[in-house]
Design a protein around this ligand. Structure first.
Ligand code: S3P
Length: 433
């Protein structure tokens, strides 16, 4: 592997993939550790924190609201919590960068804070839908405005008193669910959110560890407002969404045997493991344990002949960030893989259906887009070529995995975006070539 310029990477077919890797901390859990640590009383210590650009956006936003956050190690930090009512009005616009989790969760939190704030982000984030959080927050009495009638950032929020709500979310989205729950923290009473299928439950688990009363039930969750949150020690596991790139790399590379250490396997996130096993992947969960309320394991992956499967329904939110790399596995599997009910992929960092159809197509992959998914027919081997990330970190890394077993080198353009979730990705991949 060599780097032509900082924005472009050329990946040569890999010779072997044997050994061990550790991936950086979970992005979703890292965001929440700063948010809940800031709202707690006392000093929260976080280890395994992901120093990715998305999480640094959350870090800076809380510093702008008067929270002291200090780095105490390469992946460790301390947050001096200010309590539920201790945040201060930020003196400037809060820049959420590329991070949907930052802007949507903070909208919920700021709706109940007694001050004015403005949230914005990069050109990709400013295109993403925000009405999905604006609608339930407005129903709670929030004063919140955005471009396009509230659909696009920048969002301006005049925080104030909110009323309890029961919100039936039409989408299975942890960002929507968490935005409403965070607004519910300031409410005198119960806040309930239901969703079609269970989305990741890190907010529920972590809020509960910090002392909030959170009651999950079949189809939703309720939270009692105005809890007393108390500082915690948070140990962040490796991100299963980052591990997914190495899972698929291990499965598609002849002779590969790879141990991926310390991966979060929360059942609301582990759809990728179930999907790859259903495709015939040899994967073993070793030393399953619990850390800070989250299940964790080491995962052993061996080269396997994969076969096409159907993916739909409740499996979709359980693997929502992994479809770009699942499409790579499917492009090299025997038979056809059909992905349905996944229209949410169209409103991620980029339209991930269009992006994978076009980029895998350039490498000889047979991928057809559908309004709510993809139909992928496996080929024996992908070709070399030049592809682009569309500015999306997970597209860039998925294409890097596709390159590992291609006939010739693959050049990937616009790769700086991998810093949002996986700093060190290229160096780690490079250790195997
Ligand atoms: C996230 C929720 C998911 C996911 C994103 C992180 C979170 O988004 O795609 O990468 O941390 O809550 P949606 O809520 O839009 O599904």
């Amino acid at each position: 592997m060599n780097s032509n310029q900082s924005q472009t990477r050329t990946i040569a077919p890999i010779k072997s993939l044997r050994g061990e890797v550790s991936v950086p901390g979970d992005k979703s859990i890292s965001h929440r550790s700063i948010m809940f640590g800031s709202l707690a009383e006392g000093t929260t210590r976080v280890s395994g924190f992901l120093m990715g650009e998305d999480n640094l956006s959350t870090w800076k936003a809380f510093e702008s609201m008067g929270v002291t956050i200090s780095q105490t190690g390469t992946e460790a930090l301390e947050i001096k919590g200010v309590g539920l009512n201790g945040l201060q009005e930020p003196g400037d616009v809060l820049d959420c960068g590329n991070s949907g989790t930052t802007i949507r969760l903070m909208s919920g939190l700021l709706a109940g804070q007694n001050f004015f704030s403005v949230l914005t982000g990069d050109k990709y984030l400013r295109k993403r839908p925000m009405q999905r959080v604006v609608t339930p927050l407005a129903a709670m009495g929030a004063q919140i405005w955005g471009r396009d009638g509230g659909e696009r950032a920048p969002l301006a929020i005049q925080g104030g008193a909110l009323t309890p709500t029961t919100y039936a979310s039409p989408v299975s989205s942890a960002q929507v669910k968490s935005a409403v729950l965070l607004a519910g923290l300031s409410v005198d009473g119960e806040t309930t959110v239901t969703e079609p299928h269970l989305s990741r439950d890190h907010s529920e688990r972590m809020l509960s560890c910090f002392g909030a009363e959170v009651r999950p039930f079949d189809g939703g969750v309720s939270l009692t407002g105005r809890p007393r949150l108390l500082a915690q020690e948070v140990v962040v596991p490796g991100d299963v969404s980052s591990a997914a790139f190495f899972m698929v790399a291990g499965l598609i590379t002849p002779g590969a045997e790879l141990l991926i250490r310390n991966v979060g396997i929360n059942p609301t996130r582990s759809g990728i493991i179930d999907i790859l096993v259903a495709m015939g992947g040899q994967m073993e969960m070793l030393d399953i344990r619990e850390q800070s309320g989250e299940p964790v394991a080491d995962i052993l992956v061996r080269h396997s002949q994969l076969k096409g499967i159907e993916i739909s329904g409740d499996m979709v939110p359980r693997a929502i960030d992994e479809f770009p790399v699942i499409s790579v596995a499917a492009a090299l599997a025997e038979g056809t893989t059909t992905i349905r009910d996944a229209e949410e992929l169209r409103v991620k960092e980029t339209d991930r259906i269009d992006a994978m159809v076009s980029e895998l197509g350039k490498l000889g992959g047979l991928v057809e887009g559908r309004p709510d998914g993809m139909v992928i027919t496996g080929v024996e081997q992908l070709n070399g070529g030049t592809v682009t990330s569309h500015g999306d970190h997970r597209i860039a890394m998925s294409l890097a995995v596709a390159a590992l077993s291609a006939r010739d080198s693959v050049t990937i353009e616009d790769v700086a975006c991998t810093e949002t979730s996986f700093p060190g990705f290229w160096a780690l991949l490079g250790t195997f070539n």
